[in-house]
Write a protein that binds this ligand. Structure first.
Ligand SMILES: [Zn+2]
Length: 311
């Protein structure tokens, strides 16, 4: 029964919660909260899938409530001790667990390997073509199009093209640098990496591809919010237009870069020029607690289901 309820819960997350979160307008008022909500939604889905596998594979000894007396006892359903139907369910649960573990391990290996290779080749190019400019605290590379981006990794580096230095006014360049540094200090690369891992492991699940797209969009909004604390929305907006008109987007096709003109430029411009009111602090705190509890919901469902079956 637990597995059925957990299946309904994860289906609700994928078909109802995730699409609603993707369409929600409040995310524009608190991108940080929305990023956290996406991460907790993905975590809750993965926890649910794991628990579906566990609850169908393992058989808990009724005389020892939630604890197994021994692994032998836990796994007796797999050996057919509770009939053919229970054995089939246990085999399916074990297959789900094995598949889930293998896909996550494969996804982590794929993401880490691809990012390491791209970062190394980028850093090699930057060492050859770029020159460090201490006044900007950035590496400047010669190029005809204006662009700025962050190369994350062990040593994060802001890279700006010579065209951007030429074409952007001093306050615009400062706003762009503040945006890129906000990506670095906010560890946006790591936030993206967690959803990229889920997407890489399960690319056929729409919820994870939506989560990756949305978190990418939201980290740009969050970096804008931080940047305008030390510059002005108008300077950042003007810089965004210059970068977008430059026509070259180094982040395109390269998942490890966080470009200054990443995300939805029209949406960012509109938000900079007509900033929405932030969400009330109390509401944000309540929502953070609710989101943090989301991955615990399937755990509570599995425990409650186990108690019900014992009772
Ligand atoms: Zn950015």
């Amino acid at each position: 029964m637990s597995a059925v309820l957990l299946g309904a819960f994860v289906t609700g997350l994928a078909l109802i919660a995730a699409p609603r979160l993707a369409r929600a307008r409040w995310v524009l008022r608190s991108p940080s909260l929305a990023i956290f909500a996406w991460q907790m939604t993905c975590a809750a889905a993965l926890v649910s899938a794991t628990l579906i596998g566990l609850t169908t594979t393992l058989h808990w000894d009724t005389t020892h409530s939630l604890m197994c007396r021994a692994w032998q006892l836990c796994l007796d359903a797999l050996q057919g001790a509770h009939g053919r139907a229970a054995q089939l369910a246990a085999v399916l649960g074990a297959a789900l667990l094995a598949g889930l573990t293998a896909r996550l391990a494969f996804g982590a290996w794929q993401v880490a390997g691809a990012e390491r290779r791209r970062r190394r080749s980028l850093q090699a190019v930057l060492r050859l073509a770029g020159s460090r400019v201490p006044a900007l605290d950035a590496t400047v590379v010669p190029a005809d199009h204006p662009a700025a981006f962050l190369v994350p990794g062990g040593h994060t580096d802001v890279v700006v093209t010579s065209a951007a230095v030429r074409q952007l006014a001093p306050d615009e360049l400062q706003a762009v640098m503040a945006h890129e540094r906000a990506h670095a200090t906010g560890r946006h690369y790591w936030l993206l990496r967690t959803v990229r891992l889920a997407h890489s492991a399960f690319p056929w699940i729409p919820m994870f591809s939506t989560a990756l797209h949305q978190v990418h969009r939201l980290v740009e909004l969050r970096a804008d919010d931080v940047a305008v604390r030390s510059s002005t929305p108008l300077a950042l907006a003007r810089a965004l237009v210059t970068l977008a008109e430059g026509g070259a987007r180094p982040a395109t096709g390269n998942p490890i870069l966080l470009a200054a003109d990443g995300g939805d430029t029209a949406e960012r411009l509109d938000r900079l020029l007509r900033p929405p009111a932030p969400l009330p602090a109390t509401g944000v705190r309540v929502a953070v607690v609710a989101a943090a509890l989301l991955p615990l919901v399937p755990v509570a469902m599995a425990v409650a289901g186990r108690y019900a079956s014992i009772g």
